[in-house]
Every structure is written in structure tokens, then in C-alpha cells.
Design a binder for this molecule. Structure first.
Ligand SMILES: [Zn+2]
Ligand SMILES: [Zn+2]
Length: 554
């Protein structure tokens, strides 16, 4: 079968988070698709009430009969988090390796979707045949178990989707980075490498997990009192490093944080944690002498409901730290979380707790993403005809493009979400566009992103709300006094008058000023009163609230 291979990212290219890449093979309407990853992004103060953001998948939803599978590279939320929300709408099976499949099934069970969405086990080294695509999982190294690159073969040749990776020659949990297999794939010829850009701005080589394990071992051995380590819940290599360091120092490991306990259970099920490592639950904390405990806890990003935030605020029911204890942040702070993290560090410092971050001990954390020398290793193994940067903000992708050119890759194509790029046969060329953007998970509904409720909610958070009720009869006569309610609006004006009365007076005046004919028109009444109230608020407050007028007709 002849045709073009196209890449259409709907998330992840131009922003960090919600990775979703469509690969299509065929021509025009006869194209068939696979989806690589289906991730979420987290809301922030610009999306009040919205914690999860999904990619807009309307393009593929309209072609769901031609979507053959959702292929998951690894279990990070920015790669699997949208599966429970979107996979049921698409009807395609989801492929994942064992660890990711366990976590996915848990998520699906929570939403009672485990009978709706089919999760199929992918095994590295085996080829999955999906219509015109043959997909092989190729293990790499990253910051959680079972990260994979994908070798995708079609009649147009082989392309490699790197997934998230770093080149760790001494990983502390299996598998190893597939140097040999990637070189074989490179020997056979690679049309394109679609490659992680997260750390492309940084020269050098990302340190190995082994370095972090050694640093943690030294620090935990040297800590005088209790020692707590916070890291990403899914970072099993880090969890293992803490458990081994604790054992060497004669300390028991206590785990605080539900998400981390769930990961430990999944990792143990996959044989990634040696059965001799003991993880106690929070109740044990109170019984252990300070120099006999190492606490592993969630909350390295300052999440207010996570264990560390509650420990720092001294509101945790079972765990307390005091002067002489140590907290190690085995993590970096994701941009946007700085304020929350600093506030936790300050709370701990105020209570005399020693805090160690990468600012003091560079070796307490290592990234899971490729710096420039890691990229060079992958380029040299695969020797791709062309490179397409992904998984990054525009700056990261531009830096990878520059680095790849300097490294001798002849053709580099940069795109952003919603651009369809033909990647094989070459040269790469933009051949179409698709809608791309954000959907929001709002309560248990999926709603439009910027076009949805969040925009108004943001407005309300700045100016509050005024509601006004008017009761008129069919002839436009006022049949009940105007009623008003204020939400989030100051109570008094500068000269001490109740704001409610001032605004109500303005509405009364506006109503009096309307002729009988005008008062028979609901829309016109509402609009005139709205304007009058906003005008009066501007005069007495300096701001224009959101005003809603309800016209009742008797
Ligand atoms: Zn990842
Ligand atoms: Zn990622």
C-alpha cells in the first residue's frame, strides 16, 4: 500500500504537557491513524475551578472509525492522563506496557470505565500490527518505570518517536537504555526522529540516577534526626534509592501520600522493587525513634493537599517534624509551582527543620529528559534523515532544531500543535491543519477551554456579580419592588453609603426613564438596567461588575 506518513500533534508541541500525537498513513480521506499518548495538563490560577486540561481531539473524533489504536509510551500524566476522559469517546484499544497498564486500569476503574476502554498489554521487542502501521516498543531510560521509544514502520519507511527519555548508562531500575536495538534500527534507515525537547536548552549530559542514589545515601546517613524525602510519586527509581539508603542507615521507610503508595504497589507487582525493601504506613511514624525513620512523602511541587504541605503546616494527623529534622527535596520545581514550594520551605525553616534542595546539593535530583549530549547519543544511534522536535515550548524546540543542525542532521522541521506534517517520504512539508486547543474537565463534564465557562469565571473573580430582579406586567407596569443581590462587590461606597442601595437607585431611575412601550420589551429592560448599574458601580467603586437582570412578566 502506498501513501504518505503524516504527523499531526494535537498537544505537546509548543507547550509542556498533554502530549497527543497522531500518525496517519494513506492519502486524503483514506488515511488511517494511530494516536501516540493521550495526556493532560494541569490547570492553574488562570483556569479557576479547572484542574485538568485535555487536548481538543475533535479532528480525530470525527474520524474515529479510522483510528486504529492509542499507543502509550509511558505512565506520566502528561502522556496517559487523558485516556480515562477521551478513550471512551474514540472506541480504540489502548496499548501500554505492564506498569502503565496497571495504573491505567486503576484510573479506569475509578471512573467505572474499565469495561468500556480496552487496555492491551504491549511487550517491548514484539511488533504490534495496526493496519498499515507496525509499532515496536523500544525501552529507554527516563524518570519512571518502563519508558519507551516507538519505532513506527509503514510502507513509507521507519520513523522513531522518542517518547520522554534521557540516556542513563547506569539506571537503578530495569530496563536499560536500548543502545543495541536503536543502533540496529538506525542501520536499517530512519526517515524521521520525533524527539523530546524538554532539556534541549542545556549543554552537557543529564546525570544518571546512580548519582542521585549515592547523594541520597550520603545525606540520609549523615542526617541527625528524622529525615524526610519528597519526590514525584511515580519516580520508582528515587523511591528505591531512598529505601536502600534508609536500610543502609538503619532506618525504616514510612510512606506518606496515597499516590505514592499506589505507585509502590504497582512497581512491586511489576517486580521493580526488591521484596526485601519494607515500606511502612503512616501509623508507624509515631513509634519510631527520630534516627530510625526515613519518611518518603508526596508534595514536592507544593501541592496543598499532599503530605508535605500538611506536615509543613503541622496539620498532618500522624506525622510531625521538628528542629533537628531534615527534609530533602529530591525534585525540581516545575515552572509555575515556585511560590507554593517556597512557602512550604519557609514553613519548615520557621520550625527549625533543615531543608536540602538542588540549590544546596545539586545531586539530590536529576532530570529525566535529554540534555544536548543525550540528544547527540540518540541522533548518532539512529542517524535519521530528518528531525522533528516535540515535547517542549517553542524555545525548547527551537534550541533542539539548532542543536540538531549543528550536529549534522540535514533536515529539521519544526511545527506546532494543529499542523499536519508529511514526514515520509521526505522532504517534510506541512500538508494541512486541524483544530487544536484545550478542553477543560469541569466537575465531571468536558467543556470548551477558552470558549467555555472559565473565561467568565475569571472575569467574575475580578469584578464580582450583581443580580437584579424586575417584576412587570404585560403592560409594562412595575408589579413588585426591584430586588438586588451582590456577590464579591464592596458593601460600602467611599462616603459610607450601602453599595446595594446606590446600585438599586440607579436601576430604579433607569426603569422610571423607560416609556411604557419600552417596558414591554424584556431584552431592552434588561439591557438598560444592566448599563445603569454598571455605570453607577463605575462611578462609586471604579469597577464594572458582571450584572445579570432577570425580568419576570406577570
Ligand atoms: Zn515522562
Ligand atoms: Zn512528558
Amino acid at each position: 500500500m502506498s501513501g504518505d506518513l503524516v504527523l499531526l500533534p494535537l498537544g505537546g508541541v509548543g507547550e509542556i504537557g498533554m502530549n497527543l500525537y497522531l500518525y496517519g498513513f494513506g492519502r486524503g480521506a483514506r488515511r488511517q491513524w494511530i494516536m501516540v499518548d493521550c495526556g493532560v495538563m494541569f490547570g492553574d490560577e488562570t483556569t479557576p475551578g479547572v484542574e485538568l486540561i485535555l487536548p481538543d481531539i475533535s479532528f480525530i473524533e470525527q474520524r474515529k472509525d479510522d483510528l486504529l489504536a492509542i499507543v502509550i509510551t509511558h505512565a506520566h500524566e502528561d502522556h496517559i492522563g487523558a485516556v480515562p476522559w477521551l478513550a471512551a469517546r474514540l472506541g480504540a484499544p489502548v496499548y501500554a506496557t505492564r506498569f502503565a497498564a496497571i495504573l491505567l486500569r486503576h484510573k479506569l476503574e475509578e471512573l467505572a470505565l474499565d469495561d468500556v476502554v480496552e487496555v492491551r498489554r504491549a511487550v517491548p521487542g514484539e511488533v504490534i500490527e495496526l493496519g498499515p502501521f507496525a509499532v515496536e516498543y523500544v525501552p529507554v531510560t527516563h524518570s519512571l518505570p518502563e519508558p519507551n521509544a516507538l519505532a513506527i514502520t509503514t510502507a513509507a519507511g521507519v520513523v522513531v518517536h522518542s517518547g520522554d527519555f534521557k540516556v542513563d548508562e547506569t539506571p537503578t531500575i530495569p530496563p536499560s537504555f536500548s543502545f543495541h536495538r536503536l543502533r540496529e534500527i538506525g542501520d536499517a534507515g530512519v526517515e524521521a526522529l520525533i524527539c523530546d525537547s524538554t532539556n534541549a536548552t542545556r549543554a552537557g549530559r543529564t546525570p544518571s540516577e546512580r548519582v542521585v542514589a549515592e547523594t541520597l545515601k550520603r545525606l540520609i546517613a549523615a542526617a541527625p534526626g528524622r529525615v524526610a524525602v519528597t519526590t514525584f510519586a511515580s519516580h520508582v527509581a528515587r523511591i528505591k534509592a531512598v529505601a536502600e539508603a534508609a536500610r543502609a542507615a538503619g532506618r525504616e521507610v514510612v510512606v506518606a501520600g496515597w499516590s505514592m503508595r499506589r505507585i509502590i504497589a504497582a512497581a512491586s507487582e511489576c517486580g521493580l522493587l526488591d521484596g526485601s525493601l519494607r515500606f511502612l504506613d503512616e501509623d508507624a511514624f509515631g513509634y519510631l525513634e527520630p534516627d530510625k525513620v526515613a519518611l518518603l512523602c508526596t508534595g514536592s511541587q507544593g501541592e496543598p493537599r499532599a503530605a508535605l504541605a500538611r506536615i509543613a503546616a503541622d496539620t498532618h494527623p500522624r506525622i510531625a517534624l521538628e528542629r533537628g529534622d531534615t527534609v530533602i527535596f529530591s525534585s525540581f520545581t516545575i515552572p509555575g509551582n515556585e511560590k507554593a514550594v517556597i512557602s512550604i520551605i519557609n514553613r519548615l525553616a520557621m520550625r527549625g527543620v533543615e531543608v536540602i534542595t538542588t540549590a544546596r546539593e545539586a545531586g539530590v535530583h536529576a532530570s529525566g529528559h535529554p540534555m544536548q549530549e543525550d540528544l547527540a547519543v540518540l541522533y548518532d544511534l539512529l542517524r535519521p534523515a530528518r528531525l522533528i522536535p516535540m515535547h517542549g515550548e517553542p524555545w525548547h524546540m527551537m534550541q533542539q532544531a539548532t542543536f540538531a543542525r549543528q550536529h549534522g542532521i540535514a533536515e529539521v522541521a519544526t511545527i506546532h500543535d494543529g499542523r499536519m506534517l508529511r514526514i515520509a517520504p521526505g522532504p517534510a512539508e506541512v500538508v494541512g491543519e486541524a483544530p487544536s486547543g484545550h478542553w477543560h474537565v469541569d466537575g465531571h463534564l468536558i467543556v470548551a477551554g477558552e470558549g467555555g465557562p472559565v473565561k467568565r469565571r475569571r472575569k467574575l473573580s475580578f469584578v464580582g456579580l450583581v443580580a437584579l430582579a424586575v417584576t412587570l406586567d404585560g403592560k409594562g407596569r412595575v408589579r413588585a419592588p426591584l430586588r438586588i443581590a451582590l456577590e464579591g462587590v464592596p458593601e460600602l461606597t467611599a462616603d459610607g453609603q450601602p453599595m446595594e442601595e446606590v446600585l438599586l437607585d440607579s436601576a430604579d431611575d433607569a426603569l422610571d426613564g423607560l416609556s411604557g412601550a419600552h417596558r414591554r420589551d424584556d431584552d431592552l429592560v434588561a439591557e438598560r438596567l444592566r448599563r445603569a448599574v454598571r455605570f453607577a458601580a463605575k462611578e462609586h467603586w471604579g469597577k464594572r461588575p458582571v450584572v445579570r437582570v432577570l425580568v419576570q412578566r406577570l
